[in-house]
Design a protein around this ligand. Structure first.
Ligand code: ZN
Length: 349
């Protein structure tokens, strides 16, 4: 390509990109990211591309590991302020003290403090069910009585519980090329459950989550990663039918729609168009801010094109076609459901 051809080509590509952005006639929302420090480069990309995000804190520690939660909460509240709310945030709590007599009171006080700083939700993570154990050695399950007053407190404050419980089926399968999660579990053997029968099974954990939905019918719950039913849309459909207080995000699981049956995906997403929230699971950590911002922008663009258009897209060296969902469905998945299930995520009226 000559320099002149290159110069002729660049504006065309730029125009194409802005056309794509213009195709979203509303501000979109990514409901699952992890952004815990100030990165002006990223903030300006979000503003320019008209995206809002939810940045979610997680209490990851198990056993006697040190906790980074307090620092994460501080950083995330700062991000929220620095972006004037464009990045909303969700807090978390350390469940390891669940057997302490003052656990509920102490935890609720901590959550209220975060709500005062603008937190709109509370995350619980897979270490509940698969990692945290009581004095007897038994695994803490999400429907344990000690957590119930905390869930009540979240509901009374009109905040949303964000629940990443259990894992994809791949966690319980051998690590071979048929395992769709081989990449993650090779890096994180501590969460690979295959051959570890002492840890609660996936269905036991998800049934315990279902009991939270049943016992707290007014509590809004967003199940991360398609509620860990990423490969079982029929089972997920039943849960959505049974529990009107349950919705799911698609964080890090868009690929299951990409590889799955597209007709079935369209039917599922149309039927449950009020219950599915767009999300990426973007993790910033200490990465280079510019590279990370570009990656997030690419993911947002790719996912938008997959759900909203019938364009031919490249997915891991293969060509796939976008789902081309109706505009009203796309608008719900990329914005309206977030506003409804996570009150406070949108701009203040
Ligand atoms: Zn996440």
């Amino acid at each position: 390509m000559t320099r002149r051809q290159l110069l002729a080509w660049i504006p065309a590509a730029t125009a194409l990109r802005s056309l794509r952005a213009a195709e979203a006639p509303f501000e979109r929302i990514d409901t699952h990211t992890h952004i815990h420090r100030i990165v002006p480069e990223l903030f300006s990309v979000l503003e320019k591309e008209r995206w809002r995000c939810l940045s979610i804190c997680v209490s990851r520690a198990i056993g006697d590991q040190p906790s980074d939660l307090d620092e994460m909460i501080r950083g995330t509240a700062e991000v929220h302020r620095a972006t004037k709310g464009r990045i909303a945030w969700a807090t978390a709590f350390d469940a390891r003290g669940f057997e302490d007599h003052d656990f509920a009171a102490r935890t609720i006080t901590g959550l209220k403090n975060a709500f005062d700083q603008g937190a709109i939700g509370v995350k619980i993570w897979k270490n509940i069910g698969m990692g945290i154990r009581g004095k007897s050695g038994a695994y803490l399950l999400p429907d344990h009585a000690a957590l119930s007053p905390v869930f009540d407190g979240i509901q009374k404050a009109d905040k949303t519980l964000i629940a990443h419980l259990a894992e994809p089926d791949g966690a319980w399968l051998p690590l071979d090329k048929n395992n769709p999660e081989i990449g993650y579990y090779s890096q994180h053997p501590e969460w690979h459950m295959y051959g570890r029968p002492e840890i609660p099974r996936k269905d036991a954990i998800l049934e315990a989550r279902d009991r939270i939905l049943e016992r707290h019918p007014k509590l809004r719950v967003v199940g991360c990663h398609l509620g860990s039913d990423e490969e079982h849309w029929d089972r997920l459909a039943k849960r959505l039918d049974t529990y009107p207080n349950f919705a799911v995000d698609v964080a890090a699981r868009v690929r299951y729609f990409v590889r799955g049956d597209h007709e079935q995906a369209r039917r599922f997403l149309s039927k449950y168009q009020d219950r599915v929230l767009y999300a990426t699971d973007f993790v910033l950590e200490s990465r280079d801010a510019v590279a990370a911002s570009q990656e997030l922008q690419r993911t947002h663009d790719w996912d938008w094109n997959f759900f909203a258009t019938k364009d031919t897209l490249t997915f891991r060296k293969n060509q796939v076609q976008g789902l081309g969902l109706p505009e009203q469905v796309v608008r719900k998945i990329f914005r309206e459901n977030a506003v409804r299930w996570l009150p406070g995520i949108g701009p203040k009226a």
